[in-house]
Design a protein around this ligand. Sequence first.
Ligand SMILES: NC(=O)C1=CN([C@@H]2O[C@H](COP(=O)(O)OP(=O)(O)OC[C@H]3O[C@@H](n4cnc5c(N)ncnc54)[C@H](OP(=O)(O)O)[C@@H]3O)[C@@H](O)[C@H]2O)C=CC1
Ligand SMILES: CC(=O)N[C@@H](CCC(=O)OP(=O)(O)O)C(=O)O
Length: 345
Amino acid sequence: MIKAGIMGATGYTGAELVRLLELHPEIETIFLDSRSYEGVRFDAIYPNLRSKVEDICRSINVDDVPEDTDIIFSALPHRVSQSKVLPLIKRGFRVIDFSADFRLREATIYEHWYETKHLDDRTLKKAVYGLPEWYADSIANAALVANPGCFPTSILLPLLPLLKEKRLHNKEIIIDSKTGVSGAGRSSSEVNIFSQVNENIKAYNIGKHRHTPEIEQELSLAAGSSVNILFTPHLIPIDRGILSTIVISAEGITRKDVETCYEAYYEKAPFIRILKEGYLPETKAVKGSNFCDIGFVIDSRSGKLVVVSAIDNLLKGSSSQAVQNMNVMFGLDERTGLDTAPIWP
Ligand SMILES: NC(=O)C1=CN([C@@H]2O[C@H](COP(=O)(O)OP(=O)(O)OC[C@H]3O[C@@H](n4cnc5c(N)ncnc54)[C@H](OP(=O)(O)O)[C@@H]3O)[C@@H](O)[C@H]2O)C=CC1
Ligand SMILES: CC(=O)N[C@@H](CCC(=O)OP(=O)(O)O)C(=O)O
């Protein structure tokens, strides 16, 4: 069995990871780290895991992580995560980091967007961006995998094939994303207040969301030249899910071109579902799963290609994508422990 430890296990993504690892046939979870719930049984915090996860949370000092731990997941907030991950990497552990601390390849860009110093540029350069549909070979041998952000996952998966195949003549890319409230995490009380979220929809951080450089970094690498986006996130009153609607010029592109392009990259990708003409993604159709659904329309009146994607932010947007990465790192079938159908309604 692969021995796994989780730092920050009591957050939303940590708890989803605990649930997934409980179902995983090759994993034994050996520690659940928490500052706030030291000595508390995990299922006393998360009632959905009653009688399933009875382990006691412990506040783990990185120096005390057992030598025989095979993989450590850090589900800590960004800025905090790097301070724990770096000593673990130094001790020779393999780590999957959920935070943004190792996703941006340039420390200066990280420091600008996250307004904090990066503590180790050399380790940053060695980290592998954990989008398994694109970087599986590097992930397989990585010591440190930077699990992508939730919005970036929903945006990169539909756009990367089109950019890689130079299908977009005009690189003006306008993205409208909608996210459920769990995207803000369990501890963000301000965003989570029922009366502010319920029956409300709002745009935020237009043109300045911290996922912008992450998305542009990966799109530019695929395109082989600099790509800029206009990204508008919205907070909507659902628990989980992200729907991204991406508008690009359809100049010189047919439906067949787009289909062929997606087929070439995703035919063997078990978690990408390209929807047939007449169907479009919806958040509920991926809820509770590692799927990313992608559908598109070519609108001849406006001359635009409109691509829509849906993921579960806590799963393909973080915890199940991390398990998919772990499967790749340990040479397992990437579907191991993840081969479930979404829940509906
Ligand atoms: N929510 C989402 O949809 C996604 C989240 N992510 C990333 O995953 C990571 C975890 O996110 P999420 O689970 O939503 O966050 P939560 O706020 O739900 O959980 C984070 C946990 O980290 C622990 N923690 C330890 N030190 C600190 C600290 N100094 N400040 C605050 N919390 C601390 C807390 O647990 P305790 O007090 O018990 O130690 C807390 O429950 C973040 O880096 C986030 O950016 C990535 C993709 C999607
Ligand atoms: C609703 C909400 O607030 N969502 C978060 C993004 C979610 C996320 O977790 O992204 P990281 O992995 O980069 O932290 C936001 O917009 O900042």
